[in-house]
Design a protein around this ligand. Structure first.
Ligand code: NAD
Ligand code: WQD
Length: 342
């Protein structure tokens, strides 16, 4: 169903995995979208694909969020209803090697964006935070009142951004921020025309399952089967990326009407183990996933699951797609990219 009123939104990182699915949802709701992206982790094809899927093209501004002149020029040339800020670096391992870079892009980029928004008179932002800000509390399901304890530079950069946004809201009574703490996004749009395209060697479970499914990887290493979980393997709250995108479109009208900083978990509230992921993937797609049990990965917790109640109360949003949809759509996307590159 289309939106009753059409607005113009500015989406940093809109060519990336979660950003592109959110742009698609906005375009399908009849909104106008400007994507600001430097394509450091995205393909230019995505822009045309989004236009074809939605029947309406996004505007593209190619640029880096560290470029204050470019962001200021973009945000003052047009009036935007809100900014959705996805652009940033997201590899935990890389952040340990290059903590300064993660601070510069994620925190510095957000500071620059906030200054440019002020000049352009835009007072609402949706920010991509992460369940990783909770760190090692080990409380599961976890709710938004839990204190933050990030354990790596990536998580610290997200926690620092949350503070920047809260300060902005304190200093300007009209400013609003939805700080969305994503759990484990997986899957792809059911068209299989957009999806996740990790550069280099992936670190997350689903891209690694996909590599084991195609044979690019001999087998999947399961990191530990001695956790205090039903089958001993790690349990996570996997959420379909299209449900996650819908969480953003639900957050927009809320923040447009409610100034202040709103920290909200986006998860399903249901955890699945690594073994359950593998079994469901095999059953839904009829593809074997060879695996071996290996040592625990340092820094991992046994179970990380969201308490999603606040999102339901505040945004009237909840995830609808299940693990079978996630596995089926991820595989359809993977097959489409393997085919187009062969
Ligand atoms: P992604 O890498 O697919 O998308 C990020 C986009 O930002 C890419 O299109 C990239 O080209 C762009 N970008 C990166 N640096 C930029 C810069 N300096 N200037 C302009 N554009 C830049 O990542 P994603 O999975 O879509 O994640 C989006 C956001 O959500 C990130 O902020 C990430 O930290 C956060 N997040 C992701 C996950 C996850 O598991 N994917 C979980 C929690 C939070
Ligand atoms: C999921 C489960 C692993 C790989 C990470 C980031 C977090 C967020 C999402 C951005 C765990 C197990 C994994 C493998 C395995 N990103 N696993 N073999 O660790 O919950 O979160 O991505 O914000 O910041 O830390 O996700 O997909 O890496 O792992 O057994 O080869 O799969 O041990 O139980 P994680 P993940």
């Amino acid at each position: 169903m289309g939106a009753q009123t059409s607005h113009r939104y500015f989406v940093t990182g809109g060519a990336g995995y979660i950003g592109s699915h959110t742009v698609l949802a906005l375009l399908r709701d009849g909104h106008d979208v400007t994507i600001f992206d430097n394509f450091s982790n995205a393909s230019r094809d995505v822009i045309d694909r989004l236009g074809a899927l939605a029947g309406k093209a996004p505007v593209l501004i190619e640029g880096d969020i560290r470029d204050e002149a470019a962001l200021t020029s973009a945000l003052t040339a047009q009036k935007y209803r809100a900014v959705l800020h996805f652009a940033g670096l997201k590899s935990v391992a890389e952040s340990v090697e290059k903590p300064q870079l993660y601070h510069e892009v994620n925190v510095g980029g957000t500071e620059i964006l906030l200054r440019a928004m002020e000049k352009g008179g835009c007072k609402a932002i949706v920010f991509s935070s992460s369940a990783t800000v909770y760190g090692t509390h080990g409380v599961s399901p976890i709710d938004e009142s839990c204190s933050l304890d990030p354990i790596n530079p990536y998580g610290q950069s997200k926690a620092d951004c949350e503070v920047l946004l809260e300060n902005n809201c304190q200093n300007d009574a009209e400013f609003s921020a939805a700080i969305l703490r994503y759990f484990n996004p997986v899957g792809a749009d059911k068209s299989a025309k957009i999806g996740e395209m990790p550069k280099g060697t992936p670190a997350n479970l689903m891209p690694l399952i996909l590599e084991a499914a195609t044979g690019e990887r001999e087998k999947l290493a399961i990191f530990g089967n001695d956790y205090d979980t039903p089958d001993g393997t790690g349990v996570r709250d996997y959420i379909h990326v299209s449900d996650l995108a819908a969480g953003h479109t639900a957050a927009l009208p809320y923040i447009e009407a409610h100034p202040g900083a709103h920290k909200i978990n986006l998860g399903t509230g249901r955890g699945y183990s690594v073994i359950e992921m593998i079994q469901t993937f095999q059953a839904v797609n009829d593809v074997p996933i060879p695996y071996s049990i290996e040592a625990r990965r340092p820094g991992d917790l046994g179970e990380v699951v969201a308490n999603p109640n606040y999102a339901r109360e505040l945004l009237d949003w909840q995830a609808n797609l299940g693990l079978e949809d996630m596995c089926r759509d991820a595989w359809a996307w993977k097959k489409s990219i393997v085919k187009s590159s062969s």
